[in-house]
Design a protein around this ligand. Structure first.
Ligand SMILES: Cc1cc2nc3c(=O)[nH]c(=O)nc-3n(C[C@H](O)[C@H](O)[C@H](O)COP(=O)(O)O)c2cc1C
Ligand code: SF4
Ligand code: SF4
Length: 261
């Protein structure tokens, strides 16, 4: 049986899980959702589909929502979604289930996976980070068993209205109050390397006169901020420094850059 493991990732958590799952399931391939963003329809001849996604504001990232809407699921007979998160995936799995139901499919198995929180604003302690990285392999091995046997893991039902309101508040707090919508480059420490432009999965960062400028629909993935080698990108009042940037230790910058291809 063919299996496709689709992922989107800014700091590597979801990519590492996707790689691990594909390794543990026979005849499975890893596919980047960002590489398909300009396609109108996504065709796939796999019978089993796995989607690994970060959680943004307790909902799906826009790029993942669009992907689910445009993938042709005719041949698929088993679908699993894994929401990586920093402590609470909220409505992500329910939202994925709703989108799949609209296409006449079920979410056969849904999983929330607590990993390292990458929004900077809600920084976890070093101990929690170490513990989560240590536990990841064991948790993913459990998920592989369920998916390999095509077992069902129902998602608990949740109030849509309550979660939509909570999501709007979280988005407002992070984007408008904390200032994620107001990214800026500290010109005195930027070394003009262009990494922020390369890692941006939506290609909305461009280097002009040596410094990054942002123009377009940001996915809020934080890749530009976390992968900058000098922590030269800050936002709002938030101080970005060596202590609060993160990327998964098993994922390279090249892998994040290549997810666009
Ligand atoms: C803008 C933003 C919003 C986030 N919102 C949530 C959230 O609502 N709940 C949560 O548990 N984690 C949240 N996170 C944490 C990420 O979902 C988590 O760190 C994820 O594993 C990152 O995946 P990646 O490394 O593949 O990009 C958020 C992160 C960002 C950048
Ligand atoms: S990654 Fe950082 S140092 Fe490199 S160009 Fe962008 S802002 Fe400047
Ligand atoms: S601008 Fe930064 S946060 Fe926005 S999509 Fe690009 S890399 Fe992600």
């Amino acid at each position: 049986m063919k299996t496709s493991v689709y992922y989107f990732s800014g700091t590597g958590n979801s990519l590492n899980v996707a790689k691990h799952i594909a390794k543990g399931i026979e005849n499975a391939k890893v596919v980047s959702i960002a590489s398909l963003q300009n396609q109108k329809v996504v065709e796939d001849d796999s019978e089993r589909l796995v989607i690994v996604t970060p959680t943004y504001y307790i909902k799906l990232p826009n790029i993942v929502r669009k992907f689910i809407n445009k993938i042709n699921l005719e041949k698929v007979d088993y679908i699993a979604v894994i929401a990586t998160c920093g402590g609470g995936a909220g409505y992500v799995l329910n939202e994925a289930e709703e989108l799949l139901n609209r296409k006449g499919k079920n979410l056969d198995a849904g999983f929330e996976l607590d990993m390292v929180e990458n929004s900077i604003v809600l920084k976890l302690s070093e101990d929690v980070i170490r513990e989560r990285l240590n536990q990841e392999q064991g948790h993913v091995n459990e998920i592989i068993k369920v998916i390999s046997n095509k077992e069902m893991r129902q998602v608990s039902s949740k109030s849509k209205t309550r979660h939509q309101m909570k999501s709007k508040v979280l988005e407002f707090v992070l984007k408008k109050l904390a200032g994620l919508d107001r990214k800026k480059c500290k010109k005195d420490i930027c070394v003009h390397c262009g990494i922020c432009e390369k890692v941006c999965p939506r290609s909305i960062v461009t280097i002009k006169d040596g410094y990054p400028v942002w123009n377009g629909e940001c996915e809020d993935c934080m890749a530009c901020i976390h992968w900058c080698p000098k922590q030269a990108i800050s936002f709002g009042m938030i101080r970005v420094n060596k202590e609060n940037v993160y990327h998964h230790p098993n994922v390279t910058m090249k892998e994040i850059i290549d997810q666009k291809q």
